[in-house]
Design a protein around this ligand. Structure first.
Ligand SMILES: Nc1ncnc2c1ncn2[C@@H]1O[C@H](COP(=O)(O)OP(=O)(O)OP(=O)(O)O)[C@@H](O)[C@H]1O
Ligand SMILES: [Mg+2]
Length: 250
């Protein structure tokens, strides 16, 4: 289905060129749920952006059903059936929620009320509301997720769908992922730090240091989580004191 082979991504940062992904190898199969997890800044969103074409790899290849899509634009990849719900969604001003969902569905028959219900929003309150700065962060996030659910995608990537979403809607959302998984052949990638989401995974993909680490089952991952070394890695965002932090004093 979707394959990343030795993918590397370099971006122009404030302090010059910076490699944010290196040797990313990942093979995603149809109709499976993958949960990508790992430390902050590890490269999860960057992998999602490389899949979506927002980041162009400077090495390696990305294949969709055997076809090389490495050079394809975001629009082309969206047309091929790849969708990405951002960690922090943009605000689409001046468009009604109903139209936004229809636009996302691209002419496919959709049930707008069901889609809003799936993300825990009451359709009566939202369907005809125009999206603007008055929407809360959680509301925007849920509408963004609903636009991804509206599309018949081959690969759907959700970047921290739980972020900013209340506990009640979160429960609804996990049920929605389960339903999507059982109803469609979509490959679902969820970037998350939440145990409840991790439990949905057929495979848990660890991402750290700009590359893929272990790929395991959620049973094994959750069983071993207490053994993960939470010691400080010497970086700018180092929050613990001690020897590792001392090395940061350069
Ligand atoms: N456009 C960019 N310019 C410079 N650095 C970037 C850029 N995009 C990402 N990075 C850096 O790449 C690294 C990986 O970022 P990324 O957003 O992929 O992490 P993440 O695993 O999604 O983290 P989080 O769990 O905090 O969301 C970080 O160190 C980040 O600062
Ligand atoms: Mg991220």
């Amino acid at each position: 289905m979707l394959q990343m082979i030795d993918v590397g991504v370099t971006v122009d940062g404030e302090n010059g060129r910076k490699q944010i992904l290196n040797n990313v190898n990942l093979k995603l199969e149809q109709n499976k749920i993958y949960v990508m997890t790992g430390p902050n800044g590890g490269g999860k969103s960057s992998i999602a952006k490389a899949i979506m074409g927002i980041f162009q790899p400077d090495s390696g290849q990305i294949l969709l059903d055997g076809r090389d899509i490495t050079g394809d634009s975001i629009t082309e990849r969206a047309r091929l059936g790849i969708g990405y719900a951002f960690q922090a969604p943009a605000r689409f001003k001046g468009i009604r929620v109903r139209d936004m969902l229809r636009l996302a569905a691209g002419g496919e028959e959709i049930d707008e009320c069901q889609l809003l219900y799936d993300v825990g929003l009451c359709s009566q309150d939202y369907l005809d509301r125009e999206i603007n700065a008055t929407f809360s962060g959680g509301e925007l996030k849920r509408i963004e997720i609903a636009t991804i659910l509206a599309r018949k995608l081959k690969v759907a990537v959700f970047d921290e769908p739980e972020a900013g979403i209340d506990l009640w809607s979160f429960q609804r959302l996990t049920e929605t992922f389960e339903a999507m998984h059982s109803r469609y052949d979509t490959t679902i990638v969820i970037i998350s730090h939440q145990e409840r989401i991790l439990k949905l995974a057929d495979e848990v993909v660890m991402v750290a240091g700009g590359t893929i680490g272990e790929i395991t089952t959620h049973e094994k991952f959750l069983g071993e989580i207490s053994k993960i070394d939470s010691g400080c890695v010497c970086r700018n965002d180092c929050i613990k004191g001690g020897a590792a932090n001392a090395q940061c004093d350069r």
